[in-house]
Design a protein around this ligand. Structure first.
Ligand code: HEC
Length: 144
C-alpha cells in the first residue's frame, strides 16, 4: 500500500514536471516592457547613411556583414537592414517600439536575443542609450 502511494506520488510529480517544461518551451517571446526602452532621440532627419551606418559598422557588421551573416541578417546596407533576417523583418518603419532590432539592442525580452550578444568573443560592447535613441528616431522617422 505504501509503495503504491509512493508510485502515485512520483508519477504525479513527473507529470507536473513535464507540463512545466512544455510550458517553458511554448513561451518563445516573453512580454516586453517597452516603457523600459530608452527614449527616441529628438534629432531631425536621421538617416541610415548619416547616423546609423557608423553605429552598425562598429557594433554589428562583424556578425551581420557580407560574410556568413548571423540569422542571415545584413546590417551593412539600408536594403539589407529593411529586408530583415531568416525569421522576417526586424525593423517596422514608423514604429521603433515594435521593432525586434530595437528590443534586442535595448536588452529587453529574451536574453538569448540581446544584441550584440553579451560576452561575445569579439568583445563588442552594448550600445549606449544615446545610440539606441538614435536608432529609434531613425526607425520612427521611416527608416530612410
Ligand atoms: C558577435 C556577433 C554578433 C554581433 C556583434 C551582433 N550580432 Fe546580432 N546576432 C548574432 C547571432 C549569432 C544572432 C542569431 C541569434 C539566434 O539565432 O539565436 C543574431 C541575431 C540578431 C537579430 C535577430 C534576427 C532574427 O530575426 O532572429 C537581430 C535583430 C540582430 N542580431 C541585430 C544586431 C544588431 C543591431 C547588432 C549591433 C548593435 C548585432 N546584432 C550585433 C550575432 C551578433
Amino acid at each position: 500500500m505504501k509503495n503504491l502511494l509512493l508510485l502515485c506520488l512520483s508519477a504525479a510529480l513527473c507529470a507536473s514536471f513535464i507540463t512545466v517544461r512544455a510550458a517553458e518551451k511554448e513561451k518563445k517571446k516573453p512580454a516586453v516592457d517597452v516603457s523600459k526602452l530608452p527614449p527616441p532621440s529628438d534629432k531631425k532627419d536621421v538617416t541610415y547613411a548619416g547616423d546609423i551606418k557608423p553605429i552598425f559598422d562598429k557594433s554589428c557588421v562583424k556578425c551581420h556583414g557580407a560574410e556568413k551573416p548571423k540569422a542571415r541578417l545584413r546590417l551593412d546596407s539600408l536594403p539589407g537592414a529593411l529586408k530583415g533576417s531568416e525569421n522576417g523583418k526586424v525593423i517596422q518603419p514608423g514604429n521603433s517600439a515594435e521593432s525586434t532590432l530595437v528590443i534586442n539592442i535595448a536588452h529587453l525580452g529574451d536574453e538569448d536575443d540581446y544584441m550584440p550578444p553579451p560576452n561575445n568573443k569579439a568583445k563588442i560592447g552594448p550600445l549606449t542609450k544615446e545610440q539606441i535613441g538614435l536608432v529609434r528616431a531613425w526607425i520612427d522617422q521611416g527608416a530612410k
